[in-house]
Design a protein around this ligand. Structure first.
Ligand code: BGC
Ligand code: BGC
Length: 869
């Protein structure tokens, strides 16, 4: 009773906060389902499946039904919890792994998956057969979270291959490796059609071209699951696919991850949705809803698209899974509680660390009738149907399935051969003046550049862990770096290779191969404000120019998750290869760079751009008819070594709009600078701001993006923290050089409680989950006290935090007038702060009410001297 009351009051309070923030409730933009092309699933559920599902539904308790709707992450649930909580699914998120060790072996993965499975079917109700869990993972470019697996090129490279049959082979090989570890389900393929490659997830997209994405969607689904309707479908060595993220993820404004897609309905339908009908026709049974909003409505709340179009018009028979805690961004919802999402059409809630509260809250809402029985049964039916269609009820426990435990499938020669073929087919030759390529392998070759011998960089994000930015060559047993492949090819031909990271050499080489590019990132950490490579570090350019000036022919091999503005690099190279994120088989690069010992060519460059390559540091744009403007090389471009070609000198001005020239800007002109994000935190949890008006999880504060201003209101309910953060940065040198954090603000209500302004030294979004076997206290209902522990706001190595108490300064500031506040970083250091890993260079916290308008936040180098307080 006590507990229910608490849920209710928290909910009401949240609604009030929301109403204040947004003014009125937001009506979703209309959709016209009948204008959407009809789609038909390839495999209609058969009568026997439906009978089984009917029988189960008729004998399941409300608790069991609600359990099916929940997916928990291995970082926050132990196998034995499934004896009591009969959840529908378990996932291993981007940083989750057996024993919290992302380098855990395949054998440990299988043992863990098996333990979850066995617990899910233990202590089952006597009224019906046990219902096994589905176990899901992000095998988005091979089973790349597992050391020793084959890592295929990321999708951005595969698009350039224009080869759907290859995609199907990759799907099948990936599925075999995933199934060997006992896992049933991969969260792939991403079928986003990306229109602004500043988006950090561009590499997960095959192409900007809807037709190519449509052709690949079905091929990948077929490869993973086996051909729908055939005896291979979900047989041994196959796993369930997910088509994601529904819908409009590749169309958000300025390519900001999870933000608003403002395209019109036609563009949404014809461009962004292009892969869905073919994916469904190929037998896709799971769709993941997208974090982004469309015309202001979060996709997880969009009934018209999730229910009317996907399940109605397209007759999608499977289920919709939500994305990682996506519920926390929905108006009126929290991470722990979101009936609206279910009502809109999401069937399974991805509730990694929030599963228990979501379970209890949904159960309460089922019992109160807030969620009608018909909706509950429809969602459960869909999940059970997929389990039945995938053969889960007839399959043995994971470690007893055919193929399970065959770890030699991971990185097998056959799979690596497919990956190496994919590398060859994805390399786009952008420049080959005087037909420098192919090189003679019987020669002296210099291999240089920061990424020449770096398999982690070749693999990019979603490799070993989420960001993939902490990997060394040793983390990829059996893999080959680009240098490794060149060395093997050249030495086999009787030539010699020198690896020299800085480009110095003992003997003058016949040619230099310089490998450089982007280092790994995933999701919003990869968002960029411009496509300039790389504004802050020109060492690779100096290296290219130095070699070029010596008259040594220079081949650039550029690693990147997207096309970038590289005019300067193109000018300084004789040949230039876009290698994307090739994965574990770096030898595929050498395959195309050299002539065979007999003088013949092994294979020509056949790849053609799946994305237009920009002429300036700003992305290309698309007209209504799909015409691209601003391309240096259009989609479809790619040279062959047999054709003479000569690229003239390119303009070296990136043509940046003035506002984007400023370095060290955190917030300006109404938007937060990529890759930074705004976060709101209160004692219950923290949330990343992706909409124009958003409250913190428990309503301690709320923000409104009201260009050019950021309006922030602290309610005084509890302590609230506003921060601008992202991947940690080292600010020690800047602090020594006299830099300051500078803020332009206007106050409309004075502080009532102490206000602290400063920096945070931990990633606000990076969770460090407890080991899978750590104790989870059994009966936590939704309550602020019991929920996620408050973030540590006082880090940077000091107890008081890298923050200054600015209450007096603010209290003295005139209400309604603009003020500038500058905090020398040295003041934070004087307090004992260690600024080596700053994850949020700007943070403000208070427990009392306060209202600020902020117009500008930046780090100013060589700031004028100001006192600390
Ligand atoms: C991503 C999904 C992914 C999920 C599980 C989310 O953050 O958006 O693409 O499948 O996490 O790791
Ligand atoms: C998880 C990923 C997830 C991401 C979303 C990470 O901590 O490991 O699976 O996609 O958070 O923010």
């Amino acid at each position: 009773m006590q507990q229910r009351w608490r849920i209710a009051t928290t909910h009401v309070a949240r609604l009030i906060v929301m109403a204040v923030v947004t003014g009125a409730s937001h009506a979703a933009a209309p959709i016209h389902p009948l204008e959407w092309p009809a789609a038909a699933p390839a495999i209609a559920p058969d009568p026997a499946t439906e009978r089984l599902v009917d029988q189960l539904l008729a004998s399941m308790s409300a608790e069991e039904k609600v359990g099916q709707l929940i997916q928990a992450d291995i970082g926050s649930i132990r196998p034995q919890d499934l004896r009591r909580y009969k959840l529908g699914s378990i996932l291993a998120g981007g940083n989750a792994a057996p024993g919290d060790d992302v380098r855990a072996s395949a054998a440990r993965w299988l043992a863990l998956v098996d333990a979850y499975y066995r617990a899910s079917v233990a202590d089952a109700s006597a009224a019906h057969p046990p219902i096994p869990i589905l176990f899901g993972i992000d095998a988005v470019h091979g089973h790349a979270r597992i050391p020793g697996a084959t890592v295929f090129p990321h999708n951005v490279g595969l698009g350039a291959a224009h080869d759907a049959a290859l995609i199907e082979k990759i799907g099948q090989a990936t599925a075999e490796e995933v199934a060997a570890t006992g896992i049933d389900w991969t969260f792939a393929p991403t079928i986003a059609v990306v229109r602004d490659v500043r988006w950090g997830r561009s590499y997960e997209s095959y192409s900007e071209d809807p037709a190519l994405v449509a052709a690949y969607a079905g091929a990948m689904v077929t490869g993973l699951q086996g051909a729908a309707g055939s005896s291979h479908f979900m047989g041994p060595g196959h796993v369930l696919a997910t088509i994601k993220h529904f819908l409009g993820d590749g169309g958000t404004i300025a390519g900001r991850d999870q933000f608003d897609d403002r395209s019109d309905e036609r563009t949404l339908r014809e461009v962004h949705a292009a892969g869905y009908p073919p994916g469904i026709s190929a037998g896709a049974l799971i769709v993941m809803a997208s974090y982004n909003s469309w015309q202001g409505t979060k996709m997880h709340a969009n009934h018209a698209l999730l229910t009317d179009v996907l399940k109605g018009r397209w007759q999608f028979p499977g289920f919709v899974v939500g994305d990682w805690n996506a519920q926390e961004e929905l108006p009126g919802c929290s991470k722990f509680d979101c009936p609206d999402m279910l009502m809109a059409g999401v069937d399974m809630v991805m509730a990694p660390d929030s599963w228990r509260q979501n379970y209890q809250n949904l159960l309460g809402q089922v019992q109160s009738g807030r969620i009608p029985p018909a909706r509950l049964d429809d969602a459960v039916r869909r999940i059970l149907r997929v389990k039945a269609m995938a053969g889960l009820f007839g399959k043995a426990a994971p470690n007893e399935r055919p193929g399970a435990g065959q770890f030699d499938l991971l990185g097998s020669p056959a799979h690596r051969a497919i990956a190496r073929e994919a590398v060859r087919k994805s390399l786009v030759l952008l420049k080959n003046n005087r037909q420098l390529l192919p090189l003679d392998a019987h020669a002296r070759i210099l291999v240089t550049g920061a990424l020449a011998d770096d398999i982690g960089a070749q693999c990019g994000g979603w490799s070993i862990d989420w960001q993939g930015d902490h990997n060394s060559n040793a983390d990829f047993p059996g893999a080959t770096s680009i240098f490794g492949g060149i060395k093997a090819a050249v030495e086999a031909a009787g030539g010699s290779v020198e690896l020299s990271p800085d480009g110095s050499f003992r003997q003058r080489p016949a040619a230099a191969i310089v490998v450089y590019g982007e280092t790994p990132y995933a999701e919003f950490e990869g968002d960029r404000e411009t496509l300039e490579f790389s504004p802050d570090d020109h060492s690779h350019l100096q290296l290219l120019r130095r070699l070029h000036a010596l008259g040594i022919p220079v081949v650039s091999v550029f690693i990147s998750g997207r096309p970038m503005w590289v005019n300067r690099e193109l000018n300084a190279s004789d040949a230039f290869v876009a290698a994307w994120l090739p994965g574990s088989e770096g030898a595929g690069v050498a395959d195309l760079l050299f002539r065979q010992p007999d003088g013949s060519m092994r294979e020509d460059f056949a790849a053609r751009l799946g994305f237009s390559w920009p002429a300036t540091a700003m992305p290309v744009t698309f007209s209504d008819s799909g015409r691209v403007r601003g391309a240096l090389f259009r989609r479809g471009f790619g040279l062959s070594v047999t054709q003479p070609s000569q690229l003239g000198r390119l303009a070296e001005d990136p043509r940046l709009p003035p506002a984007l020239r400023a370095r060290d800007t955190l917030f300006y002109a109404g938007h937060v600078t990529a890759p930074w994000s705004i976060y709101l935190a209160d004692p219950t949890a923290s949330v990343r701001v992706t909409t124009s008006a958003q409250p913190s999880p428990d309503g301690a504060l709320s923000v409104q993006l009201d260009p050019p201003l950021l309006q922030v209101a602290w309610s005084g309910r509890s302590q609230g923290l506003l921060s601008i953060g992202g991947r940690p940065v080292d600010y020690r040198a800047l602090a020594r050089d006299g830099a300051a954090l500078r803020l332009r603000y206007r106050m409309s209500a004075p502080p009532q409680q102490p206000v602290r302004v400063g920096m945070i030294c931990e990633a606000p979004y990076r969770t460090h989950p407890p080991p899978a076997d750590a104790a989870v206290s059994p009966d936590v209902a939704h309550s602020p006290e019991a929920a996620a522990p408050p973030r540590n706001w006082a880090l940077c190595g000091t107890a008081s935090g890298a923050a200054l108490d600015l209450t007096a300064r603010l209290a003295a500031a005139r209400i309604g007038a603009w003020h500038t506040l500058a905090i020398p970083l040295a003041c934070l250091v004087d307090q004992g702060a260690d600024l080596s890993l700053v994850s949020a260079p700007f943070a403000v916290a208070t427990s009392g009410a306060l209202a600020l308008s902020i117009s500008d936040v930046r780090i100013v180098r060589q700031a004028p001297k100001t006192p600390c307080r």
